[in-house]
Design a protein. Structure first.
Lengths: 306, 318
């Protein structure tokens, strides 16, 4: 048990990479034609379906208007005259940069707040083992299962009562309710893998609990913190229903809400700028994800397994 | 050196241990302070609104006006409201069909990805992209793909000679239902596949080798090794999947707003429409509250799934 935990601490992606190199075991039994039909063909098909909407999104955002709706003279699957018209229109003629900035601000603040609260809570639940810590842990898990779509109605009256309605604080303070349960649960898993002896040594040397947390636990839990950060940031960026309900001024809106409410007009040629907006709105997350894919996967699977 | 130490340094003055010193190392006292930020958020913005929501459902509150207690009037109204029952039907259909297909394709994709593949890491990263991209933004892409006039799907099918008319994806009752279910499956499969893949990779290959020597077929290896070992993680993944599908809002709101003729209204979108757009907070809250029993059922499944995992793997409760 201890060995397994120590191994996991050293290799945060152990869950995924751990047994990967053994899997060649019996694959020599399958011939290439057989693998082609049973493996590569279905896999390729699924990948095409999964990626086609993004291809279409990117293509639409650079197609000239004339080609967009005329599918008979031009092949709809490619364009030889890409244009940046939709993107420049989006960036310079709409409030899109403001929305992007709002989303960034709200996501960063809410994530920072949540990680702060979760680190403290997770440490207390795993290591202080205070009276009632098991119950508190269970309650936090239950909070994870309360979806925003049954909370937004009463929450809108609460936000109004607290005087936060139509300010960025409405989102910065409500998003942590989605993020804290998840990241606490995730960080608890990471903290459990840090050997208790380290902490005992520090206690013997006279360190306070706060010093132990800041100087010993946190440096060792950096992979877990990154996972939690990435996942929380993605969830914030993704959030829709609270942002739709609590914000009514266009210049305070976040990208997902603003695209749906402010960018959709009756124009038949709106698709170019809509798709450009959707693409640019997803780009920061995809870039972030590309850099931290292992952390992201371990956050996602860790939350399910712990 | 170590022997000389006590004499070289005069013994520190022994201080009386005060109540404050004891309190500073008291686990319960420290625990309370460490839990405070998280607890404050969750109580102010989660537990209190949850309770308030149930209370609101028993009042006739409107947007911007406090309501008075009206008992179960909202529920009686909903009981006789055919649109509400339609939304319940839609929600169950949407959740049921989407979850089953997500599970089937997700498990299949996980099994495929578990094979020995070139560029495995990159393929796995690509598979997850639909899950990363904000739902609303991919929903807009689907909205465009399902456009009644300029849909590329209709165009392709027409070119292949399979249909003569454009398909009205989001304008026809059943087409709209299948279209939003498809978009939901598209977004949900990566999550199911990647988490199940993580579970698959913990299954020891030696079990398959032993079974193959004993003459087990591919199906038997799946049925008697993979599936039983994967059951606990399937239970958890599917609980989350059901939970998030059941309470889905974004996809529907962007693609159809509940139309045509309420055919794709889920309980979440209906409650938004009634509470925020029409201003009947009490009625909307009653619809939200009606979702709670389903939610509890999902949580129970999740809880027992987790419990079973512990004894199956012989672990303790820590």
């Amino acid at each position: 048990m201890t060995d397994a935990l120590a191994q996991k601490a050293g290799d945060p992606r152990g869950t995924l990479a751990g047994t990967a190199d053994h899997s060649e075991g019996m694959s020599y039994l399958h011939s290439l034609p057989r693998r082609l039909v049973t493996l590569y063909l279905p896999l390729g098909l699924i990948l095409v379906v999964l990626l086609f909407p993004f291809y279409w999104m990117a293509l639409t955002s650079v197609k000239p208007d004339a080609q967009l709706l005329d599918m008979d003279t031009y092949s709809p699957f490619w364009t030889w005259s890409p244009t940046l018209k939709h993107i420049t229109k989006l960036l310079f003629e709409t409030e899109y940069p403001v929305w992007l900035w709002n989303t960034m601000l709200v996501a960063t603040c809410a994530t920072a707040l949540s990680i702060f609260a979760s680190v403290l809570a997770a440490y207390a639940l795993v290591r202080l083992r205070f009276k009632g810590s098991t119950v508190a842990g269970g309650l936090i898990f239950l909070a994870y299962l309360v979806p925003p779509s049954i909370l937004f109605i009463p929450l809108s009256t609460v936000v109004f009562q607290y005087g936060l309605f139509d300010t960025p604080f409405a989102l910065i303070l409500t998003y942590p309710t989605i993020l804290i349960p998840f990241s606490t649960w995730l960080l608890m898993g990471y903290f459990k893998t840090i050997p208790f002896e380290l902490e005992e040594c520090a206690l013997m040397d006279g360190a306070s609990r706060w010093q132990i947390l800041v100087k010993i636990i946190l440096p060792l839990a950096v992979p877990g913190l990154i996972s939690a950060f990435i996942f929380c940031f993605t969830l914030c960026w993704n959030e829709f229903i609270y942002a739709l309900t609590f914000i009514s001024t266009t210049s305070y809106k976040t990208v997902p809400v603003a695209i749906v409410t402010a960018l959709v007009d009756g124009d038949v040629y709106r698709w170019g700028s809509l798709m450009a907006g959707a693409m640019i709105g997803s780009l920061p997350l995809v870039v972030l994800y590309a850099f931290f894919v292992e952390h992201y996967v371990s956050a996602m699977t860790g939350a399910v397994k712990e | 050196m170590s022997i000389a130490a006590p004499t070289a340094k005069p013994a520190r003055e022994i201080r009386e241990i005060t109540a404050w010193d004891r309190l500073k190392v008291n686990k319960n006292w420290l625990g309370a302070w460490f839990m405070l930020p998280a607890a404050a958020f969750l109580i102010l913005f989660l537990a209190y609104p949850l309770g308030l929501g149930v209370w609101l459902s028993f009042t006739d509150a409107r947007l911007g006006r406090d309501g008075v207690f009206v008992g179960v009037e909202n529920y009686i109204y909903l009981w006789e409201d055919s649109v509400f029952w339609l939304s319940v039907f839609n929600t169950i259909l949407y959740t049921g069909v989407a979850s089953i297909i997500k599970f089937a394709i997700g498990l299949y994709l996980a099994l495929l990805l578990n094979e020995n593949l070139p560029f495995k890491a990159i393929i796995r990263a690509i598979v997850l992209i639909p899950f990363i991209v904000p739902t609303v933004l991919s929903a807009i892409a689907f909205w465009w793909l399902f456009d009644p006039q300029f849909s590329i799907i209709s165009w392709s099918l027409k070119q292949m000679g399979l249909i003569t008319q454009n398909i009205d994806f989001l304008g026809d009752v059943w087409n709209a239902r299948w279209s939003v279910i498809f978009a939901n499956i598209w977004r949900g499969v990566p999550f199911v596949a990647i988490t199940l893949l993580a579970g698959l990779q913990t299954v020891s290959p030696s079990l398959y080798e032993a079974a193959t020597i004993d003459g087990a077929s591919t199906w038997q290896r799946f049925r008697f090794i993979t599936y039983p070992l994967l059951t606990p993680i399937i239970a958890v993944v599917m609980t989350f999947s059901v939970l998030f599908t059941f309470t889905d809002f974004q996809l529907i709101w962007v693609m159809t707003r509940g139309g045509p003729v309420n055919a794709t209204h889920l309980m979440a979108t209906l409650s938004y429409q009634r509470a925020i757009m029409s201003g009947y907070l009490g009625e909307g809250a009653a619809i939200s509250t009606a979702m709670i029993p389903f939610l509890l059922a999902a949580i129970m499944v999740s809880w027992f799934g987790l419990q079973r995992r512990k004894w199956q793997q012989g672990g303790d409760n820590d």
